[in-house]
Structure formats: C-alpha cells, structure tokens
Write a protein that binds this ligand. Structure first.
Ligand SMILES: Nc1ncnc2c1ncn2[C@@H]1O[C@H](COP(=O)(O)OP(=O)(O)OP(=O)(O)O)[C@@H](O)[C@H]1O
Length: 235
C-alpha cells in the first residue's frame, strides 16, 4: 500500500515583485515520505523553509516543480498539479491542517468553530457539537468561553480552539504548524496525547514543533530541512 504522503523533487522560490522581480530560492529537491501512523517532524533553523513546505503540502503555496503525491482509498493525486477544486476536495477529506494562528470568523462561537468541519462533511449538527464539547473540555477551555467568538481569546485559548478544530475530523494526513507554541505544560501534554491517538488510528502526521519536549515525545523521525537548501545563484 502506498504511503499517504510522498514528496519528491519539490522546489520553491519566491519572486519579490516590489524588488524588481528578485528571486529568493527557499528549498530545492525536497524529498521524504510519511507512512500511516507515523509522525514526522520538520526541523532546522528559523528561515530554513519548514512552514513553506507545510504550506505547499496544503496547497497554499504553488510549487516550482516536483511531486506531492497524496494517496487515500487507493487513489493517488499529485497535489503539485491539482486544480483549485481538487485541492479543496483534498482538504475536505484527506489533508487536515492546524495552522499556527486561528482565523476567527465574527459572531461564530468557539463551539461552532470547532464543530464546523464535521457539519460541513454532512454530520448531524448536534452530534458534531457534542464532539466539539468533548474536545474543548479535554483541552481545558473554560466553559464560559464556548459560546463566545474566539476573536478576543488569549493566544493559548485561540490555539486550543484551533487544535480542537483540526483534530475533530479523521483526515488521513494531518499537518501541524507549531500547534503547541502558546500552550502551558498541562495543555501541551494533552496535545501530545491527542497526537499519539492519531498515530494509533493510522493518521500520517507531519509537523513543526519548536518545543523540544513535544518534539521528542511525538517525533518518529526528524527531517533537517537544511538538507533541501538551494544552491545560491550567482549574484
Ligand atoms: N510569502 C512569502 N514571500 C516571500 N518570502 C517568503 C514568504 N514565505 C516565506 N518566505 C521566505 O522563505 C524563507 C523560509 O521561510 P519559512 O517561514 O518557511 O521558514 P521556517 O523554517 O518555517 O522559519 P521559522 O522557524 O522562523 O518559522 C524565509 O527566508 C522567508 O522570508
């Protein structure tokens, strides 16, 4: 059976249009795979390209070349070549993403922000809210906040809403961009346990974790992204 995520030969550079079209190569020949039930961590210093790789794998950044093969139910799609419509389909059913910061929607309660991905997939609204409640409870979000829009929440509270929203579905591939950066030790431990459960359920996880304790606890493998540093072009 193919691994859910196979990346090969991926390259990315940014073109700075406001600086006379200056080209900034970020990564080149990115190559790795993530198996079911495995948590692979992207490591390397600030600016090495870790977030850029995650964003390419979620279809937020276009790639300059290479393949991002995503396999689910025996069907393989090259996300690097996928149409916007295919990317949206993949996000709905195959690739989940916990970004570093929650994108808040005015007037939508924390509970509904968390339940929404299940409701969007056709699950009964009440059952979805119950699942959302269980996750918010587990992540120690005070009950008083559940009915409020998260825009005014603290960084750590928003991050816990974001984690609950990302973990509520059963996407076979889950991308995590520093999900524990604003959390206290108790909630970091909750997230570690939630990641372990996803692994046992067969999810392929790929994440960035600056917190060493979390990284050591969850990582099956650490990939040093500096291995994909592009050869600098002659000035
Ligand atoms: N949208 C963008 N436009 C221009 N340059 C960008 C863009 N996104 C990232 N970069 C550049 O790409 C390089 C890699 O950034 P990236 O955020 O992927 O690094 P990182 O390894 O995740 O860093 P950190 O650990 O600090 O989050 C940086 O030099 C950054 O300035």
């Amino acid at each position: 059976m193919s691994d859910p995520l196979v990346v090969s030969g991926v390259a990315k550079s940014f073109t700075m249009h406001l600086r006379g079209g200056l080209r900034l190569p970020v990564v080149d020949n990115v190559i790795f795979r993530v198996a079911r039930g495995e948590c692979v961590v992207l490591g390397g210093p600030s600016g090495a390209g870790k977030s850029s790789i995650l964003k390419m794998l979620y279809g937020n950044y276009a790639v300059d070349g290479g393949e991002i093969l995503v396999t689910h139910d025996g069907e393989t799609v090259d996300l690097a070549q996928a149409s916007p419509r295919q990317v949206l389909q993949l996000r709905r059913s195959v690739i989940g993403y916990v970004s570093q910061f929650l994108r808040t929607v005015p007037r939508v309660s924390a509970l509904d922000v968390v339940a929404e991905p299940l409701i969007a997939r056709g699950q009964d609204a009440e059952a979805s809210r119950q699942q959302a409640s269980a996750l918010l409870e587990r992540l120690n979000l005070p009950h008083a906040l559940w009915s409020l829009p998260p825009a005014t929440f603290s960084g750590g509270e928003q991050q816990r809403v974001n984690i609950a929203r990302g973990f509520i579905t059963e996407h076979p591939v889950l991308l995590l961009d520093e999900p524990t950066a604003s959390l206290d030790a108790q909630n970091r431990r909750v997230v570690i346990a939630m990641i372990e459960e996803k692994k046992r359920a067969g999810t392929a996880l790929l994440g960035i974790f600056h917190d060493e304790e979390v990284r050591e606890a969850v990582a099956d493998r650490i990939i040093d992204v500096t291995a994909f540093r592009p050869a600098r072009e002659a000035a």
